[in-house]
Design a protein around this ligand. Structure first.
Ligand SMILES: C[S@@+](CC[C@H](N)C(=O)[O-])C[C@H]1O[C@@H](n2cnc3c(N)ncnc32)[C@H](O)[C@@H]1O
Length: 257
């Protein structure tokens, strides 16, 4: 992994990011060291507009996080506290606004939906590259609309297992939400581009049952776990209830049953 920056004005930013991610930084004009041409590799590109991820084989095209994209916008416009399954799963009612910890933030889409519906979100993302892309997406959204609910989203880059105790002390959470990467069918055409990108960078999440156990220690109200519709539960104990959508299931574990 490395960073390419588009022009000299971006050098300082790129160098800072390179130090943080501990990866080398090159300008676009520079001749790159030779990489293994056989295996497709990923790299970050810093442009005037955003930070994007590219693949050497360009199979998936450039990718950056855009909270204003068409699909998400469409979902947000139609989401209400009543009809959005995720909102029901976290227990959003007419007059409450829970503090939700998203322990597996990924591309931040679920968190963004909840923030738009009035929750306060703390996002945790352990993969450095995904966290950098997410921070860039949030920064651009803050800039664009200062009153946007995105202000209610705080990113904590790092492993939730390590950060949880400290952040929970400062901002006691009502709900802890998990959407771990699930080992997937290999028919990649059936999997959305975003998920393929996440998978190519992050791989499978092997810590989900541990994360779930930790989550139960801190949730005032509930722990919610998103699973593919027919996947087994994340723990041996069955959930208090499950809310199903066409593709997914939100398993809800109430703290006081
Ligand atoms: C399936 S994705 C989540 C997608 C997300 N719900 C969305 O709407 O974009 C799972 C993410 O959780 C992250 N993750 C897994 N275990 C984690 C942990 N212990 N702490 C922080 N992030 C974690 C992975 O790096 C991955 O990016």
């Amino acid at each position: 992994m490395f960073i390419l920056f588009e022009n000299e004005n971006l050098y300082t930013l790129a160098a800072e990011l390179g130090r943080e991610l501990q990866i080398p930084v090159y300008s676009k004009e520079q001749k790159l060291p030779s990489f293994n041409k056989q295996a497709p590799y990923s790299f970050l590109v810093l442009t005037e507009k955003h930070l994007e991820l590219q693949q050497s084989d360009n199979e998936m095209g450039p990718f950056f996080i855009d909270f204003n994209d068409k699909d998400l916008h469409y979902r947000i416009q139609r989401s209400t506290r009543k009809n959005e399954a995720l909102a029901r799963a976290v227990g959003l009612k007419k007059n409450n606004s829970p503090v939700v910890f998203d322990l597996t933030a990924g591309l931040g889409r679920d968190a963004f939906v909840l923030a738009q519906l009035g929750c306060t979100l703390h996002l945790f993302e352990k993969d450095k590259i995904i966290a950098a892309l997410l921070r860039d997406g949030l920064r651009r959204t803050y800039k664009k609309n200062a009153t946007n609910q995105v202000e209610q989203m705080t990113l904590h880059a790092g492993d939730a297992l390590k950060l949880l105790a400290d952040v929970a002390k400062k901002f006691p959470p009502d709900v802890l939400y998990l959407d771990p990467m699930f080992p997937h069918r290999t028919k990649t055409a059936l999997v959305k581009k975003e998920m393929r990108i996440l998978r190519s960078i992050v791989g499978d999440d092997l810590d989900s049952s541990l994360l779930f156990k930790e989550a139960q220690k801190y949730a005032k109200d509930r722990v919610v776990c998103k699973r593919p519709r027919h996947a087994p539960f994340v723990s041996d104990a069955p959930p208090s209830m499950s809310i199903k959508t066409k593709k997914h299931r939100f398993d809800v574990y109430l703290q006081h049953r």
